[in-house]
Design a protein around this ligand. Sequence first.
Ligand code: F6P
Length: 750
Amino acid sequence: MRLVVVSNRLPVRLVETDGRIAVEPSVGGLATGLEAYLSALPADSPFDEKPLWVGWPGRPLTGLADLDIFTGHAGAFDMHPVHVASDEMDAFYHGFCNAVLWPLFHYFPTYVSYKESSWRAYEKVNARFFEALSPLVREGDVIWVHDYQLMLLPQMLRQAHPLAAIGFFLHIPFPSHELFRTLPRTCRQALLRGVLGSDLVGFHTHEYTRHFQHSVSSILGLPHNMGKLTVTDRPVLADTFPMGIDVDKYARAAASKETRALADDLRRSLSGADIILSMDRLDYSKGILNRLTAFERFLRLHPERQEKVALMLVVVPSRIEIKRYQEMKKRIDEMVGRINGKYATMAWTPILYRFASFPVSELAALYAASDVALVTPLRDGMNLIAKEYVAAKNGGTGVLILSETAGAAAEMGETILVNPRDTREMAEAIETALTMDSAAQIRINQTLFTRLARFDVRHWAGDFLDSLFGVRDERRRLEAHCLSPQGAHVLVETARQAKRRLFLLEVEGLLLPEVEGLLLSEAKGLVLPKRSAAADCPDGVLDLLSLLARDPANLVVVIGFCGRADMERLFGALPVALAAENGAFLRAPGEDWIMPRPLPREWLATILPVMQRFASRVPGAEVEEKEHSLVWRYRLADQNLGQRRARELTARLADLAAGLDVIVRHGPQFVETLRAGLGRGEAAYVFERRRQPDFTLAVAATDGGEEIFAALPAPGPSVATLRVGLCATRASFSLRNARSALVFLRNLAS
Ligand code: F6P
């Protein structure tokens, strides 16, 4: 089995210096973290082939020589560069990734500049990645797509490789729905559908996962159960996997003789002043200007610290072609100049500023030498620098001041957590850090180090991939349970030879069009039926039923939730038997309605007011009253509020139901109560006994339909049960969706 990683950037990039092409390492946590994992796959990893990393090489490929750099790479993994023309890359990377997704997902909505043409470039470049990757995909490959640049790719891959295991991980925050929804409708829907092409969608924190689930249910109308969604006919899981680092690498680097010597030199050069380290990529999300303001405030509040402390400000060049980044660099330069101008003495410069990137050995020396690390991004998906600092300290002294809006804060609560916009709090935190006693520093760093070592980058990747295999295996199990063309043929043949056939067909989700899951807000121009009972059956379905019912050897029974009047309106003109209200009322063709047994109705008076109260608390929710059951629906309501109230209502009704002999069912967009013992199974049983068929076929699409399967004799040559949709079922086979079920029934009928 082979792991295929796809990310916008490869771990190395091509750069042109003096007319010659050379390779340089890419900067950023994604590249370093994944490289660490792929370079030394754990011994128990299921991958027995060399991994492949597909990505953009940092500039357009100009010829075979460029390609050779990658194909000739003799590392632990293969690399495949994706060629993207400069103008396309520019519109994609600058125009969409960095002008829309990056600012929006980092909570800078006013920096967003959305253009149709950039969105089209985003679609196009995702397609370029697909075109480059798709021919390389082999059966059994596990494809792991990374980050916000490639959100459309999983769905493209799914369409071409329906059986592949596909995972997607977002390395930046997923914003709250209120921000995400500001994207144009087509764009926000496409981004969500794009990532849902995966089996597993991963995020750094539970907060981001929740935000994603909220957007999926609000925008696509797909509710989740503990992060599990059903996307058309596939299970998809959204879950949290906090990314770790290669802890040993930083601990080892910091402990090496050369690093210690470098760190000593640095300390000596600063005459023993306390060193505060600030290190980030150049980015407005990193809060560098706020941090400088806080440092200035600290110097003002604590004049006694002047000449005794130095801020090592390292800014790693990034996206310097973008105007906003150039402006920010200018403001940093100016601010550093102003603070140094104001406070510096002949013997002391408060801020030592470098605009450069450093190799790991020098990074480790900076970590080792500094007494405090000030990691205060305004927003950050995770922030691996905070983790690298603690790893380099390896349980020794050193204090991390960490922004509460960095993803890492969720795992590093022992550090000094600050609001990165509150410069007073940050100034005070610097003083707290500088006065913290060594024993406390060591205690905190040991706890953090142990945690980091346990949840390192290998653990992160392993955990993600294990979960991905879990969802893939579940999908395979569900798919294996699908009725195959041969199985369908056998069923049709068996049915053909039978003399007395019984067909039990469910209304909801099979005979009535699927409207669940469509939201008023998103289903523009589509008139949704107010309730399923008021909907009409498509003509094709009615034709199919009459075709089936025409053969005197067949008895067709239509079983549904609808009341008698609706059942008659929908199917009354056909020579079929009807079971209304989950089987409370039955009608054989040409006969009157009967009740198979008397049912008390007193309980309705207790339950109805509770349901009505809940309906009055959710605009768009409604109570459907039947003679022997009640349903609270929230199809036309805000889905998140509806789901929440549905859970509350279910709990409330469960308490009441115990004393009333009533059962409560919580299904997609509804909560239903009906008398215990009543159910679709009873209707199936009555007609089965009456008909004494030599062939029975039941097709159902809801959980209530499982009762029909349960009431029939065990599946065998004369009994077949089919569940619509891929889910856990007691039916003998599944059918992907209502359409495939209707196609099968049509074959059977003809
Ligand atoms: O934070 C996520 C991340 O992918 C980093 O790993 C990376 O540094 C950055 O986003 C993207 O940077 P660039 O725009 O330089 O590719």
